[in-house]
Ligand binder design. Sequence first.
Ligand code: AMP
Length: 214
Amino acid sequence: MNIILLGAPASGKGTQSENIIKEFNFFHLSTGDIIRTNIDNQTEYGIKCKKYVQNGKLVPYSLLIDMINDFLRNNKKNKNIIWDGFPRTIEQAISLDEILKKNQQQVDIVFYLNVNEHVALDRIINRVVCPKCKSSYNLKHNIPKNPNFCDFDNHHLIKRSDDDVSKFKTRLVDYNTLTKKLLSYYKKKIIKIDSNVDNEIIWKIIRDAINDYN
Ligand code: AMP
């Protein structure tokens, strides 16, 4: 089964991915995490991607597709995938359809997490993440037990380099001009969810939809 999580920056894609993984047997493919890991490890791809990510711009697809294929080759055991942050353009959506078709698969459900700009910005300002296990915290609503340290591996929490007001605005431009076109591309598969509300309310809708689909 292939689930896509579609939404603006800080719409809750990472949080809902964590919920899905805890309850169902899914494998999390977050292109943002893959890119950040490549940047941290200073791989050839990471070095090329860094300037785009730091400026809040989309990474060219020619770089991204190689990183995705590498990732899939190394993690091909699980057939259930959450695609988080990918696709973000029509070109990427067509390419994903091709990748899945080769494996006799398809996109099954697209969850569209619809968040207001001011809610997303507030989340961005208050977000800290664990660079090791990728867990995300909100300094107002989901506070780590030990300030500045990850609840799961005690790693020092950091702010993402692209989580500031001006880069958020740049990211939003690409989201509004490119990614939103996917709403009509996937119109038969989309479940639209108000993502301004509590995590638990959103999670119930997602959990029920996956259970109903199976
Ligand atoms: P995210 O963690 O999903 O917010 O992604 C962080 C950054 O990684 C984005 O702002 C882009 O620079 C890059 N990125 C992630 N996914 C993609 C994608 N599908 N296409 C191009 N760039 C991406």
